[in-house]
Each structure stands twice: as structure tokens, then as C-alpha cells.
Design a protein around this ligand. Sequence first.
Ligand code: FES
Ligand code: FE
Length: 376
Amino acid sequence: MTARSLPPSVIATLPGSYYTDENIFALEQARVFETMWFCVARASDLGRPGAFRTVQVGRESVLVTRARDGSIRAFLNVCRHRGARIRTEESGEVKRSFQCPYHAWTYDLEGKLIAAPNLTRMPDIDRVEYGLINVHVREWIGYVWVCLADEPPSFEADVIAEATHRLGDERSIENYDIANLRVGRRIVYDVKANWKLIVENFMECYHCATIHPELTEVLPEFADGYAAQSFVGHGAEFGEEIRGFTVDGSEGVDRIPGVGEDQDRRYYAITIKPQVFVNLVPDHVILHRMFPLAADRTIVECDWLFLGDVVDSGRDLGPSVELFHRVNVQDFEACERCQPAMNSRAYAEGGVLVPSEHHIGAFHEWVLDRLGTGPG
Ligand code: FES
Ligand code: FE
């Protein structure tokens, strides 16, 4: 992949500049995040008409809301008059419209321009034409996905098939009924690292033995360093003494009813490119969404989803949440440790992948293919 001459069995990583160069990041914004389906919010974050969230998708701020008919809508967060941001908060709720704070142009929850001071004296302003710019929206497994492309790629092929093909039929992701689970806990991490370092880290478990003592206690096969998280289609089995996917191996909470016998006592991990990770265990689901903000900064929003009854019961979710929270902190520290070194001349041509990390090479090929560049 690089100009280095390496033995055929050794795969090079991307050069360090791919993790630091603002031009490459801009290309990724345009050709990855603004072109593919991008997961922005839990549908329950938009509980009622008028509830909204603002999220960064590539170079754009996107305003996501629930319209009066209950459907979810998404718009570019830009007033059509003189370009003010409609909303700057991360989340909130309006009654029935969005009013731009600059000159008070007002848009309904479907994005149509419904009022503007003196609009009657400006008959040439078409209220539909000057509505907020819509972006494509899909809802799946209880999450809202948007696509900024004029013609979005197939959601079925790029998201659903990508998420399901790793597990066999009887081990379907559908068994977890993710759409109907409830957010028991959400933690937002501000990671000072390039988004690809976070994806690559999630794709391999070579590091598990070194940095994840609690996780390898629960999943002993991760201790040998060979398990590749994105490829654990067979599921990683809990250790014999382990009673639940918890920080101390203690009993978890109520099992999700659809989880079959062969999925019980197992952990599955799925990567949905470019920015979602799904972790499945018998009694909860952990879903990460990444929001890349700069070449060296990524916000990661992580939800722990449980049965509604479990959340309502007020049961202590702490031991369940704490396990993957520690894994997250350990992983993100590792990514932040790598990020500053990406600029070093020692990494100008990148590093190398050991055999258990070879699918990271496939991820790099995918990135280069999307960007239409070679590592130069
Ligand atoms: Fe929004 Fe003028 S910029 S009303
Ligand atoms: Fe890890």
C-alpha cells in the first residue's frame, strides 16, 4: 500500500497523514459522511412533535425534529434568508415552528416557510421554495439515520445488510428487538483522536489482553488477542464463572425475550460503516455513534439499551453500564495516545498490521476507495 517494500505477509497501515491532514479530513467529510447514511439520534430523543436535536454531519449542521404527523424530519440547520443557524443548542423543543433568531423568518415542523416580517410585501418569495432544505431520513432499530446526498445509496444494502450479514439467520440482530429497548444510560465521550483510529481499535482485539482487564475476565477468549470484534459472528462466549455481562461478572438484568439459546451467554460486535458500532449481549445492547468534528477530534455518543420494564423498575444498571464504560475509556485513551504520534516522522509511512488485524487493511482499502486517493 505504501512505497515501502514489505514482505507479502505484512500489511502496511495508512500513512500518519491520513489521521492529521485537514485536506484528507475534508475529503472524508464530503465523500464519506455527507454521502453515506449517518446515524444521528435515538428516535426517542425526539419524543414529541417539536422536539429537536442538532448534529454535525460532515461539514453540515443538521436539525432533526418530529413533525406534527409523528414522522421524523431533518433539515440543513441554515436559514434561507441570510444564512443564520436556526438553532444552536444540541437539543430542545419548540411548540409548532422554528423561528430564526435573526430576522424572524419562521418555518413549520415540515420545514415550510410560514411567516416572515413583511412577507406580504415580498410576493416573489415562494414559501415552499424558501423552506428549509430537507435531507433524507430513515428510521431503523429505533435510530434516526440521515443522508445528505441528493440520491442516497440503498439503506437496505449499506446499513441493514451491513449490520445483519455477520450473524447467521437464527442469530439475527432482530432477536434483540432494539427498536423497542429503552435508553437506560447515555454517555458522551469527547475523544481527541481521528475517527479512523476509533474504528480500527474497535475492529481488533489484539489490544484486549493489554488494556481491557475487566472485559477479558468476562470474555476469556478475548485474552488471547486473536478475536476480531467485527468478525465475532459466532459470538464470544462468557467465561464459565461469569453470570452476566457486568463489570464484576455478577448477574445482569432480565434477558431480552427474543434472544435464542445459542445467543445466550455470548457477546457479538458489529461495525456499521462509517460511524456506528453495535454490541449485543443477552440483556442489553450498547450502541456507539461517532461524530467526527476534526481530523483529531471525534464525539462518541454511547447508549446502553435495556428492556423498558427493567429501566422502569429502577434496578441498578451500574454494573452493566460500568463494564463497557471502562472499555470505552480504555479504548479512547489508547486512540488518544496514538493521535499525537501520527505526525511523527516515525509514522510518515504508517505502521504494520499483525495477522489478527488484517481486516483493518480491508477497512483502509475501503477508505482509499471512497476517497478516490492513494496514500501518495
Ligand atoms: Fe434568518 Fe434573516 S437570517 S431570518
Ligand atoms: Fe477495545
